[in-house]
Every structure is written in structure tokens, then in C-alpha cells.
Design a protein around this ligand. Structure first.
Ligand SMILES: [Zn+2]
Ligand SMILES: [Zn+2]
Length: 155
């Protein structure tokens, strides 16, 4: 169940934030106003966003210094509410819900679109194969690069 639309409506965003608050509360954490603001900005981005792209979008109050924003992003990643795409050094709001453990991103080399791909069974197989090898996987983050459907059609 991959959300095919990167553009969430206002109602979707409200539901997303309510769910995020629930996930934080369940983990004994708090979605502070700054953490919520950073998550809202990520939800509103059409694609992966770099931390310094978010900075000017956060209210001009003096509390929004870069380290504060980085800490908020780290928190969202730790909660599974956002993902850090290493190859792009960018962040995206989680599309599926909270996958604190494992996820796969399909990243288009041409247009930069990053689609969160729910390949549950592939990751279960990987986990089982690793455990047969004596390794217990805690978290998997796979970044697959290639061409998205739209860019293949345009080629
Ligand atoms: Zn996710
Ligand atoms: Zn593309």
C-alpha cells in the first residue's frame, strides 16, 4: 500500500499529524511544536528535502537554529515518521505510516522522485536469510536507483 500521490491534501496532513502524535505518545515521546512543524514541512514537500531547504520555511523565530532542526529531523527518523535518504542527503516524511524498522526507496536518477516502496516480503526474506547466517537485522534501509515510470515513458 504505497501512497501514489506525493501531494497530501490538508485533511490528509491533519490525519498524518494525529497519527504521528499517537506514535510518539506510544513511544513515551512528545511531538513538540517544532518537531510537528518540521514534519508538516516534510509532508508538504513534493520530494526529498535537505535540512537547509527546510530552515527558511520554519517560522522566523530565533529558536529555529540549524542544530534544533537537525535534532527534530533525527527525532522524526528515530520515530519512523521520516526517512533519511543517504544517497541524496535528504529527508522525506514516511508515506506508509511508521516504519521505524525497514523500508525501501525507489529513487529516480533523472527527476529525483523518491517513492517509498512497501516490499514487505522481500525484507522478510532478507531478514530470514540473515538470521540463517547468524545475523539479527534490526533495521533495513534500501535505496534503489533507476528510472521512474514517467521518465521511462519520456525517454
Ligand atoms: Zn516509511
Ligand atoms: Zn523520474
Amino acid at each position: 500500500m504505497v501512497c501514489m500521490s506525493p501531494h497530501h491534501g490538508a485533511h490528509d496532513r491533519t490525519a498524518h499529524i494525529v497519527e504521528a502524535e499517537r506514535i510518539c505518545a506510544a513511544a513515551g515521546e512528545t511531538l513538540t511544536p517544532l518537531r510537528q512543524r518540521v514534519l508538516e514541512l516534510l509532508i508538504d514537500q513534493p520530494g526529498p528535502a535537505k535540512a537547509y531547504d527546510l530552515l527558511p520555511l520554519i517560522d522566523a523565530d530565533k529558536q529555529s537554529k540549524p542544530p534544533t532542526v537537525y535534532r527534530a529531523l533525527d527525532f522524526l527518523v528515530r520515530m519512523g515518521l521520516a526517512h533519511r535518504i543517504e544517497s541524496l542527503n535528504a529527508f522525506v516524511a514516511c508515506d506508509i505510516g511508521a516504519c521505524a524498522r525497514s523500508t525501501i526507496f525507489l529513487i529516480c536518477e533523472k527527476c529525483g522522485a523518491a517513492e517509498e516502496f512497501d516490499a514487505g516480503h522481500a525484507l522478510v526474506d532478507l531478514s530470514e536469510a540473515a538470521s540463517r547466517d547468524g545475523f539479527s537485522i534490526r533495521r533495513t534501509m534500501i535505496e534503489a536507483s533507476g528510472l521512474c515510470a514517467a521518465c521511462q515513458r519520456a525517454a
